[in-house]
Design a protein around this ligand. Structure first.
Ligand code: PMP
Length: 436
């Protein structure tokens, strides 16, 4: 059996030649060489259940997606300066899933690039650079995206908020400033205050960017009605609203194709990434005719790779597979099942402070004390290592790294859910993590 390079060899090379800012998962990193469905395999063929990867959405290396890419790669791959059917077929199919008013599709290569373009579109349309962003959010790795990401500019190595950037309170019904279900208006009032502060300085509101469900900030489900109220406030002040669906789009929430639909709003701009190409680097910005038209000022927008025939063929196959295999419905039923299994576990283990989720986007928050909600950061880390030792890949999320981040590929089955929850329960028992 040829296992290729040793782990040590790869680790050392990465440290020396690939830049020291790359990070690795786990104390003892894994070497992964193959993926299929909801599973990843190491160099010895050991399978690991992948609870984290929200990119290989329809399953790792889905054969229909792979062959769509292979076939088009063997035929043609060019930029968008020639006419080609794929970009039209793909855009038509993608736009058909969006509210009617969102009728322009611009194709790019990463979630960061999508948000970067979204900011430019919004600034052109409103004439204002003033940006509102949710505390704890992450929107990408480019300069403008870092400036829009409190997770980065307030985190290690960050330089704080730029003068045009205004944080709004994280609408977290469990641990946030206002707790409980009916807190949308309280959180919206905070946004109104931020808007008033911007206007008091003689500035005009430009853009409000918000994930339709908070990922990096802690797998949070916003209180019902939050986006409706905030969109109204932002629009009344002359601003536009971007929904970042990079993590949560494409049917993951189960009830809808897009997570913003669960909040009953229609954004002005939607950004898509991660699952869009099932691992192939592509992303998109969807917007209105009016915003797209305001971007036309004589300067060409050219993107070497965005919208190329291979990416479009792959994106097309991803949409087809979601539909043919009824994966949105699967996310709904299996997600519901998984959520309920965790809620049952919560009755037995007091360390489980909160269980929340929509479809296959779930957060399980661990606390050492349910009253004080003290984050069980150490225990969460240990549980993640325990799960890895039992062939389940899991990760943490949130400011205190005490939230189990659950967003598997949406081909995830009830059987996989049972395997996963049984490992977590075993971990809670063996690590002697408190039970009720
Ligand atoms: N927006 C959100 C919500 C994300 O989670 C990410 C990536 N984690 C991005 C944007 C940036 O996407 P990419 O890494 O593809 O540039």
């Amino acid at each position: 059996l040829d296992n290729g390079k040793s782990k040590n060899e790869i680790v050392n090379y990465r440290k020396k030649h690939l830049g020291k800012t790359l990070s690795l998962s786990y104390k003892e990193p894994l070497k992964i060489v193959r993926g299929q469905g909801a599973y990843l395999y190491n160099e010895y063929g050991t399978p690991y259940l992948d609870m984290v990867n929200n990119v290989c959405h329809v399953g790792h290396c889905h054969p229909k997606v792979v062959s769509a890419g292979q076939n088009q790669l063997a035929k043609l791959n060019t930029n968008t300066r020639y006419l080609h059917d794929n970009i039209v077929e793909y855009s038509e199919k993608l736009l058909a899933t969006m509210p009617e008013k969102l009728s322009v599709c611009m194709l790019v290569n990463s979630g960061s690039e999508a948000n970067e373009l979204a900011f430019r579109l919004a600034q052109n349309f409103t004439g204002s650079k003033q940006l509102l962003t949710v505390d704890g959010a992450y929107h990408g790795n480019t300069s403008a995206c870092i400036e829009a990401s409190p997770y980065k500019f307030d985190g290690p190595g960050g330089k704080g908020a730029a003068d045009y950037v205004h944080k709004v309170t994280l609408p977290d019904p469990y641990r946030g400033k206002y707790q409980g279900e009916n807190t949308a208006t309280d959180y919206a009032n905070d946004v109104a205050q931020v808007i008033a502060d911007i206007e008091a300085k003689g500035e005009q509101v430009g853009t409000f960017i918000c994930e339709s469900l908070q990922g990096v900030a802690g797998q949070i489900i916003m209180p019902e009605g939050y986006l409706t109220q905030v969109y109204q406030l932002v629009r009344n002040a002359g601003g536009v609203c971007i929904a970042d669906e990079v993590q949560v789009g494409f049917g993951r929430v189960g009830t809808h194709m897009w997570a913003f639909e669960t909040q009953n709003v229609v954004p002005d701009i939607v950004t898509l990434g991660k699952p869009i190409g099932n691992g192939h680097p592509m992303a998109a910005v969807i917007t209105t005719q009016a915003i797209a038209d305001a971007f036309v000022n004589g300067m060409e927008y050219f993107n070497t790779f965005g919208g190329n025939p291979v990416s479009c063929a792959i994106g097309n196959a991803v949409l087809d597979v979601i539909k043919q295999e009824r994966l949105q419905e699967n996310a709904l039923t299996v997600g519901h099942y998984l959520l309920n299994r965790f809620k049952t576990l919560q009755e037995e283990y007091s360390i489980i402070g909160d269980v929340r989720g929509l479809g296959l986007f779930i957060g399980v928050e661990l606390v050492t004390d349910r009253e004080t909600k003290t984050p069980a950061t150490d225990e969460t880390g240990k549980l993640v290592e325990f799960a890895k030792a039992h062939q389940v890949l899991l990760s943490t999320e949130g400011r205190f790294y005490n939230i189990l981040k659950i967003k598997p590929p949406i081909v995830f089955s009830k059987r996989d859910a049972d395997i996963f929850v049984n490992v977590i329960e075993q971990g809670l028992k063996q690590l002697n993590i408190n039970s009720n």
